[in-house]
Each structure stands twice: as structure tokens, then as C-alpha cells.
Design a protein around this ligand. Structure first.
Ligand SMILES: [Mg+2]
Length: 249
């Protein structure tokens, strides 16, 4: 008996029409930057991590190997290394941002669709767009400027803006997402959050936001076509925009 070839998994997780109809009525898009808007895994993140490790090794008086472990542990635990360094070692986040992100970014900015195309794709998304990145503000604004995306986003919420209720709270802290919804005044059900890290989607989904896992630009992702916290799975923003209905359903 011939073996039936199974169809390739589709990048969907729920009823297509219903999900896409809901996305077409989005009033607020919260958009991650690294590996969502551009391919940070193509060198940028490596350049940043080398600087992070050197800073941590010097400040904590440990080897580069130990610093790598500390960096990864805090990133896993808090979603951003600076949060762990501040909470456990009293290191001023701005000092860390300057050490890790202040360098020539030009060689590292590559996009899958070209800069003009990327701008057109983002502009085609209905509603207000806001960048939500765990990276520092100076870095985020410089990346957006070099990608020719100035004026596309209503605002940029960066690591510098993540001091809430007496603590630094980066993605995926649930309080940050609740704060974003009230700050920009969009109904939760008409707010969509896009990120390459599926772990960041959970609090947004729990609040009632729509979630998109943008998985195509990031290195070393597990092979999966779905995720329990993702309403929609796409490889890049271009695919997201192409998949939205032309008119509200
Ligand atoms: Mg990212």
C-alpha cells in the first residue's frame, strides 16, 4: 500500500477566516523589532552579545564564559539581560545599554524584503503601529532611521520606558502589556502583538490581545508550525500583510 504523503504543515493555528477577519480590524499593532522588523540574527545580535559579555565579565569580575552564562540566564529569566543585572547587581541599565548597543549599526542592517518594501509593508498594516522592544531607545531609533522607517510608527516603547511600579519590567512581564494597552487606548481585542520569541506572546494572549509569532528571521527556532499562544504564525511581516483580508470582514 503506497504511503500517503502528509501535506506540509500550514502556518495557521485556528480558523483562518475568523482569525484573519479579526486581524483586519486591528486598531493597535505592538511590533517587536529585533528579528521581527529586521534580521537581527544576521549579525546584529551577535555583535551586541559580544559587548554584553565583555561588560558583564568586567563589571562582575568573571570570565567571558561565565559572563555568557549570566547573560543567557538573565535573558531567559527576565526577557532582557539588563533587568537581571539591575535587580541582582545594582547595575544602572543606561550604563549597560551604552556599553552593549553604542556602535556602528550600519553593517548589520539587512532585511529580507528591502528597505523601501519594508516601509510599504508596515504602512499597509491597518491601524496604529508602535514598536515594543526590549532594546534601548537610542538603539531602536537608530535602527528605524537606518531602515528608513521614520514616521511609520506612532511611538517607540523601549527598555528605557520599562520602569513600572518600582521595577524594570521587560517583555514578557504581564504588567508591561497591561500598561501598553492603557497607554495607547486601544481595546484589548483590537490590539495585536507581534514577536519572534513565542514566550513573549503569552501575557498578551492572556490579556485578550491577538498574537502573531513572526518566526522566519530568527536563528535556531524549534521546528513548529503552531504555538499555543500564537493566533497567527508567519515568517515575516510581508507574509502577515499579504494574508490579511483587503476589507474588514
Ligand atoms: Mg525579537
Amino acid at each position: 500500500m503506497p504511503i500517503k504523503k502528509r501535506p506540509a504543515p500550514r502556518p495557521e493555528t485556528a480558523d483562518d477566516g475568523q482569525v484573519r477577519g479579526r486581524f483586519s480590524r486591528t486598531r493597535l499593532w505592538l511590533v517587536d523589532m529585533d528579528d521581527t522588523i529586521f534580521n537581527a540574527s544576521a549579525g546584529m545580535l551577535e555583535a551586541i552579545h559580544r559587548r554584553m559579555e565583555a561588560f558583564i565579565a568586567q563589571r562582575l569580575g568573571i570570565s567571558i564564559e561565565e559572563a555568557q552564562r549570566v547573560q543567557k540566564d538573565y535573558w531567559r529569566q527576565y526577557g532582557a539581560t539588563f533587568v537581571g543585572l539591575e535587580r541582582h547587581h545594582g547595575i544602572n541599565p543606561q550604563e549597560f545599554f551604552d556599553a552593549a548597543h553604542d556602535f556602528d549599526l550600519v553593517p548589520y542592517l539587512k532585511t529580507p524584503t528591502g528597505k523601501g518594501r519594508l516601509r510599504a509593508v508596515l504602512k499597509a498594516m491597518p491601524g496604529k503601529k508602535v514598536v515594543l522592544t526590549n532594546g534601548p531607545g537610542k538603539y531602536a531609533h537608530e535602527v528605524l532611521r537606518l531602515l528608513r522607517l521614520e514616521g511609520v510608527f506612532e511611538d517607540v516603547v523601549s527598555a528605557n520606558d520599562m520602569r513600572l511600579c518600582g521595577l524594570w519590567r521587560s517583555k514578557p512581564d504581564a504588567l508591561l502589556f497591561a500598561h501598553m494597552a492603557s497607554r495607547f487606548g486601544a481595546p484589548l481585542r483590537q490590539t495585536a502583538f507581534i514577536d519572534d520569541n513565542p514566550n513573549n506572546l503569552m501575557p498578551a494572549k492572556a490579556l485578550g490581545m491577538m498574537t502573531v509569532w513572526c518566526r522566519g528571521l530568527r536563528n535556531a527556532l524549534p521546528v513548529s508550525a503552531a504555538h499555543p499562544w500564537a493566533d497567527l504564525v508567519v515568517d515575516n511581516l510581508d507574509e502577515l500583510v499579504r494574508s490579511l483580508p483587503k476589507k474588514s470582514a
